[in-house]
Design a protein around this ligand. Structure first.
Ligand code: SAH
Length: 340
């Protein structure tokens, strides 16, 4: 049985029409689910009982199980258990501009980035759309305040679960859904070129972030296997096409890994690579994990790297760190839970 939180407004309209009813009920149902936040279909009062009975028969309204919560001052991490006993995580971050959630898109991940905890376990399956929507809905309920921003940067490669991801965006962006503005939503990919091109046709103004992590193929091949399938040149070309279509600034994420990609030559090369591209670079201090050998670049070197980019007129920021104390880096909480 399908979970109701995975349906877009169009799909619910189709359902009502198929049932011989009127499509305006779809907006009513959305409003019950996402504005009034009912937990049982029987709470609905403005739709005929026979219709409610068939909704009840055709869809489940079940939620996910939260099995662990770890809290720090400005960050909170949630471990969810899914219907097949798999686990995923989502992180709530409190900023001065609002509250954001980092959601997962898959159980495991097939991209195999060498520095990433999530990639240590192969993809088990894609998350269903409702499993992504419920990460937000449930955290918002526990937290009791509105979530204003969403980033798809948790476990998984979102562009490897493209169709469910797109439905997720439509549901959380809809004014009667979670009403999160497209410009407040960001999706991060390690660089699946065909999907970047497809995404450039998607009408919502969602932000795109690219996990770059290297200024050239030689280094990128060593740490990100995807780079062999889609080398730097193809990646950059797809981004130029994306920019032509959307005119939306891209974010490049660049984790600084000690003695791997953090030399000053790398900084110069990176500046050249992004020259002329409407972007900014987010330098990320590496969150070390017990299971992997990579080391974090020290703060002095991070600043030197930053200065070179600045000097070359690149827009650059250093990511504020959340949650290193509570193992909030990509995949770490799940690894702990399952003792991998
Ligand atoms: N698969 C997508 C989204 C998930 S990862 C992608 O690759 O973009 C989200 C970001 O966290 C990526 O940029 C990833 O490279 C980064 N990341 C993974 N492990 C990290 C760690 N230990 N410390 C800091 N950033 C990490």
């Amino acid at each position: 049985m399908k979970n109701i939180y995975g349906l877009t407004i169009d799909e619910i309209e189709d359902y009502f029409i198929k049932m011989g009813s009127k499509k305006f009920h779809a907006l009513q149902l959305f409003s019950w689910l996402y504005e009034k936040r009912i937990e049982s279909f029987t709470d609905i009062t403005n739709i005929k009982k026979e219709l409610i009975d068939s909704i009840n028969k055709d869809f489940s309204i079940n939620r996910l199980k939260i099995v662990d919560v770890q809290e720090d001052v400005d960050v909170c991490k949630y471990l969810f258990e899914l219907y097949d006993n798999e686990h995923i995580e989502a992180v709530l971050m409190k900023h001065d501009y609002g509250n954001s959630i980092c959601v997962s898109s898959q159980v495991g991940c097939n991209m195999g980035c060498k520095f990433c905890e999530s990639g240590r376990r192969r993809k088990i399956r894609n998350l269903e759309t409702y499993e992504m929507v419920l990460q937000i809905l449930m955290i918002e309920k526990l937290f009791g305040k509105r979530i204003s921003h969403v980033v798809v940067m948790g476990i998984g490669e979102p562009f490897d679960n493209y169709d469910n991801l797109i439905k997720f965006f439509r549901i959380i962006n809809h004014p009667k859904g979670l009403a999160i503005g497209a410009r407040h939503i960001t999706v991060s990919t390690c660089g699946l070129v065909p999907k970047i091109l497809e995404f450039s046709e998607f009408p919502l103004q969602i932000n795109l972030a690219i996990s770059l992590h290297a200024p050239n193929d030689k280094i990128r091949n060593k740490i990100m296997p995807i780079s062999k399938a889609y080398p730097m040149k193809e990646l950059i070309n797809s981004l130029k096409k994306y920019l032509e279509k959307t005119n939306r600034r891209i974010t490049f994420e660049y984790i600084l890994l000690k003695d791997v990609n953090d030399s000053l030559e790398c900084a110069e090369e990176l500046a050249k690579l992004v020259k002329g591209i409407n972007c900014y670079i987010n330098l990320i201090p590496y969150n070390e994990t017990n299971n992997l050998d990579f080391k974090r670049t020290n703060t002095v070197q991070i600043m030197r790297f930053y200065d070179i980019l600045k000097k070359n007129s690149v827009n650059v920021t250093i990511r504020r760190e959340f949650g290193s104390k509570i193992s909030a880096a990509c995949g770490q909480l799940r690894s702990k839970k399952e003792d991998l």
